[in-house]
Design a protein. Structure first.
Length: 278
């Protein structure tokens, strides 16, 4: 049976989800909200949409489950290879030279909207492979979906999910298990998975690299601007931001510099005194 919301019901839920997460539902993606809402009604045995609306306003746990349900978690290892070529051949050499100049031996990275973990594990493999041993690696990986975070923390992926991982990385950082592959502890140990809603400040500071790809595309302009400003506040004086291919800071008043490399486009925060670059 087709599940449809009235315009009033749709507007109520769309506003509630926006207020709670910054995720914007318009008439273009109304059907997604309706299908995900139908799933939650079945799970909670609610027949009446208004009654469910009143319920989630009083129950933070069910609110988290609804936000989890409306979150899209499409990801894969080394998604958008150009970004990882840029990370390997442009960003890391640049930051290594900078950190050596200032005697800084810690790399801090945030994978914001990490879904089921493929992105932070991909980042971790590149950093482990490319950084000199003197550097300590700290990666925080966060998502709005608790269900996805549990998969990420487990670090087990079936055979059909490991496509895109270079064979050398697969042999080094994974062990074959139960028809799939499990991330080895040496890679897991440098990543901390945590729940985070991008509508709020993360409390993170001095981040060298932020990956937030294919996330802010679901936000409206005001929410995008707020998220980008919070990234700026959490990042080190000289640092880099990776956004998705279909996302851009064009027309947005931010302090980030547009950087075009041989492989992709990224953004740089650079507020070192009196210097362009360093």
């Amino acid at each position: 049976m087709t599940f449809l919301l009235t315009d009033t019901e749709f507007n109520l839920f769309a506003k509630l989800i926006y207020d709670q997460s910054g995720i914007h539902f318009s008439s273009m993606n109304r059907s997604i909200l309706e299908s995900r809402l139908q799933e939650r009604l079945k799970q909670t045995a609610y027949q009446d949409v208004t009654a469910y609306y009143n319920f989630i306003n009083k129950d933070p746990e069910e609110m988290r489950k609804l936000l989890d349900a409306v979150t899209t978690n499409l990801t894969r290892f080394f998604r958008n290879p150009g970004h990882f070529e840029t990370l390997k051949h442009f960003v890391l050499p640049d930051l290594v030279a900078y950190k050596r100049k200032y005697n800084n031996t810690v790399f801090r990275v945030w994978s914001a909207g990490c879904a089921t973990g493929e992105e932070p594990y991909s980042i971790a493999m590149v950093l482990k492979d490319c950084l000199p041993p003197i550097f300590e690696i700290k990666i925080i990986a966060s998502d709005l979906s608790l269900k996805s975070l549990l998969i990420a923390q487990e670090g087990y992926y079936p055979e059909n999910k490991i496509e895109g991982i270079p064979p050398a990385y697969l042999n080094t950082f994974f062990e074959k298990k139960n028809g799939g592959y499990k991330v080895k502890d040496e890679l897991k140990s440098i990543i901390r998975f945590d729940y985070h809603n991008l509508k709020y400040a993360s409390g993170l500071k001095d981040l060298d690299i932020v990956f937030c790809r294919n996330v802010i595309i679901y936000f409206d302009e005001a929410a995008q601007r707020a998220v980008i400003n919070r990234f700026w506040e959490s990042m080190a004086s000289y640092s880099f931001l990776f956004l998705g291919h279909s996302e851009s800071l064009f027309g947005m008043n931010t302090g980030f510099e547009f950087v075009k490399t041989d492989w992709s486009v990224i953004y740089r925060k650079n507020i070192l005194e009196g210097k362009r670059g360093w």
